[in-house]
Design a protein around this ligand. Structure first.
Ligand SMILES: NC(=O)c1ccc[n+]([C@@H]2O[C@H](COP(=O)([O-])OP(=O)(O)OC[C@H]3O[C@@H](n4cnc5c(N)ncnc54)[C@H](OP(=O)(O)O)[C@@H]3O)[C@@H](O)[C@H]2O)c1
Length: 289
């Protein structure tokens, strides 16, 4: 499975290469793509459309894997206009440049309102916040091109270059700051997945020329509280107690309670199934999670 047959020399562009998933794709690229280009803000701001276009025309990538985005829900909520520009307009621009080649766009389980759970690709979206709204808008644009691929994923874990992008890094940081106790919700459910598994699945989808919409997430429904219970023993230096609570008592904006994803469509394509998060952790004890 490789993308080398698409064209021998043209690079694979990976945007957001300093982010969690982008970096994982870069780390795993040598196995799947002979020539790749890790694009970060140091290369250009993706909002600088002229610079992006110049580089695109010069380098003629054979595939664009677009990971860059404003990804923090609260940040998106505070900066809706910038979030629309980055998450929608930048995606539109790149998808247009990549009209004749494969293009991968990352979306989120937060396109759903979380009232049902177990969402399939055919279920209707109904985001509760700006972040999810921008992802729905970008998905619609990308899916107009039958060569293009949208990957909706859930909480991704791992080690990010900045040290604060993966959910496990954020949880660990919050627990360190929390002092005596921290509450995690028992009634908010996701399908966590190690970012390395997301990257593996994406390379395989690309290698098999898959297009359209796919859910790529862990094969296990876990509450925030359960995730905390699984991770805490890996951090013996942290003495903070994890208390159970309800997302319904959260004082901020309404939360999507169950955005778990049905992954049966992608499981039929992949050569190795996506893992249950608890089993993955148990068999990858040495991982810096
Ligand atoms: N990680 C998850 O749990 C998760 C879950 C669902 C969906 N997704 C989606 O998966 C994709 C990758 O997520 P991620 O977690 O890897 O994101 P991330 O760690 O937050 O990284 C996003 C990257 O995008 C870059 N970026 C943002 N705006 C930019 C701009 N205008 N020009 C150039 N670069 C820009 C950021 O650069 P700076 O660092 O310089 O700001 C950052 O490196 C995103 O589309 C996200 O919405 C992620």
């Amino acid at each position: 499975m490789t993308v080398s047959d698409v064209s021998s020399k043209a690079p694979v562009w990976i945007t957001g290469a300093n982010g969690l998933i982008g970096n994982c794709l870069v780390q795993t690229a040598p196995k799947f793509a002979p020539n790749w280009r890790a694009l970060t803000r140091a290369d250009f701001d993706l909002l600088d459309f002229a610079a992006v276009e110049r580089a695109f025309v010069k380098e003629r990538p054979q595939l664009v894997v677009h990971c860059a985005a404003i990804t923090v829900v609260s940040e998106a909520q505070k900066n809706p206009e910038l979030t629309r520009r980055v998450n929608v307009e930048v995606t539109k621009h790149l998808a247009e440049l990549a009209a004749d080649i494969p293009f991968v766009f990352f979306s989120t389980d937060l396109v759903f309102d979380g009232r049902k759970g177990g969402y399939a690709e055919t279920d209707a979206t109904n985001p509760l916040h700006v972040y999810g709204e921008t992802k729905v808008a970008a998905e619609e644009i990308v899916l107009k091109n039958p060569r293009h691929l949208v990957v909706r994923t859930s909480l991704n874990g791992g080690v990010s270059p900045s040290g604060n992008r993966a959910f496990n890094e954020q949880l660990r940081g919050s627990l360190q700051q929390a002092g005596r106790g921290m509450t995690l919700f028992t009634d908010e459910f996701r399908c966590p997945i190690p970012a390395v598994e997301t990257a593996r699945a994406v390379w395989e989808l690309v290698g098999k020329s898959c297009a359209g919409l796919y859910h790529v997430a862990g094969a296990e429904k876990l509450s925030r509280w359960q995730i905390g219970q699984l991770l805490l023993p890996r951090w013996p230096e942290i003495k903070t107690e994890i208390k159970s609570g309800s997302a319904k008592d959260f004082p901020g904006p309404a939360r999507a309670l169950d955005t778990t994803l049905d992954i049966s469509k992608v499981q039929k394509v992949l050569s190795r199934p996506l893992p249950k998060f608890s089993e993955w952790l148990a068999t990858n004890l040495g991982e810096k999670f």
